[in-house]
Design a protein around this ligand. Structure first.
Ligand code: 0CH
Ligand code: SF4
Length: 342
């Protein structure tokens, strides 16, 4: 169970002034996770070390601001490996790639830097392990999402994707006693639980990951919204529309009966949303930078929300090491293993 560190005397988190009536409840943890920090660092270091252009397959993370900022520094975002000129450097996004993409890069003689989040790689390793052991795989996630495309590609012949409990009913496998499930890292905890429950009813002997595939950052941000949504009249989630984990935060709020909106920045706020609103909770998806949260909070301040209270639902101190390609390039030590920092 999580605890809420709530300042008993309402004070402004930025100025320390006594709170006025209309409040911003700033959720913590919010925003960048360890995998996103690592992925963005990889692109920045690659640009500084090797110089532009550096190609990046797909959006490094699903955030418009981040992608635009890196593009201005010289990163060239492409959809597919075929869009990268022969022999150039290419970075794989945090969402991971399929073995077919890796093969394609080899065939094109590209110099690859892998920014796949270690927690996504963990799911790929599980997929390979189960497939080698002869399991049929059920991948719980959103079709057409970059991460699911990559994980699916580890064992496409034995993997089926499901996105809802209803779809579980349609699954057909050669041996119902030899089925395993895996999930996307950025799903709704509630939705994933319902789908896994349906899978367990259909396949009572189904195997699964040792610990769940939904990552710590996805879980923590959803838990923060779940804990605080009842105190708010409105929840604003900073994040881009193609960000799965950001969309899930809006869903958590709406499922609890609190109106929620996904916004890229303050310009997306409709002033009508703030009418008759006393408390507005603000959070951010794992790919949304803090500068955009500050922009939203400043907008709210200028529109009558005089108090900003930061509510820390749980501490979060995770860091991941850089991949060997980058460590070697900068002449340092370390590797791609997750490094939890407490
Ligand atoms: O939430 P999704 O997976 O759409 O991705 P994002 O918004 O780029 O957040 C970072 C997660 C990257 C891979 O798990
Ligand atoms: Fe990794 Fe989770 Fe962040 Fe995705 S959301 S990059 S899995 S830590």
């Amino acid at each position: 169970m999580t605890s809420i560190a709530f300042d008993p005397i309402s004070t402004d988190a930025y100025t320390g002034a006594p709170a006025t009536e209309k409040r911003v409840l700033l959720l913590k943890p919010r925003g960048f996770c360890a995998g996103v920090v690592r992925a963005i660092d990889i692109v920045k270091i690659a640009l500084e070390t090797f110089g532009a252009p550096i190609y990046v397959r797909r959006e490094i993370v699903h955030n418009r601001y981040v992608v635009n900022e890196l593009a201005e520094k010289g990163a060239i975002f492409v959809h597919e490996i075929d869009d990268v000129p022969d022999g150039q450097r290419v970075i794989y996004s945090a969402h991971g790639v399929s073995p077919a993409v890796r093969e394609r890069s080899k065939g094109r003689n590209l110099r690859v830097i892998d920014a796949t989040c270690p927690l996504v790689t963990k799911v790929h390793i599980e997929a390979v392990k189960f497939a080698k052991q002869g399991y049929s795989l059920v991948l719980v996630g959103h079709r057409d999402h970059d991460e699911i495309e990559g994980t699916f590609g580890e064992a496409p012949d034995v993997t089926q994707i499901v996105s809802s409990p209803e779809e579980v009913a349609t699954l057909e496998v050669p041996d119902p006693n030899r089925v395993a499930y895996l999930t996307q890292t950025t799903l709704s905890l509630d939705e994933a639980r319902d789908i896994i429950q349906a899978l367990k009813i259909k396949f009572p002997n189904i195997a699964g990951p040792h610990s769940q595939d939904i990552c710590y950052a996805t879980e923590n941000r959803q838990t923060a919204v779940r804990n605080v949504a009842h105190q708010a009249d409105l929840v604003l989630v900073v994040g881009s529309t193609n960000s799965s984990n950001s969309n899930r935060l809006v869903e958590v709020s709406r499922n609890l009966g609190t109106i929620g909106y996904l916004i890229d920045n303050s310009t997306a706020i409709d002033p009508k949303w703030l009418e008759n609103v006393q408390n507005v909770a603000v959070t951010a998806g794992a790919s949304a930078p803090e500068i955009l949260v500050e922009d939203v909070v400043n907008y709210l301040r200028q529109n009558g929300f005089g108090s900003v209270e930061e509510i820390e639902v749980m501490p979060e101190n995770v860091r991941f090491g850089l991949p060997p390609e980058i460590v070697q390039a900068i002449g340092g030590a370390g590797g791609g293993q997750p490094v939890p920092v407490h």
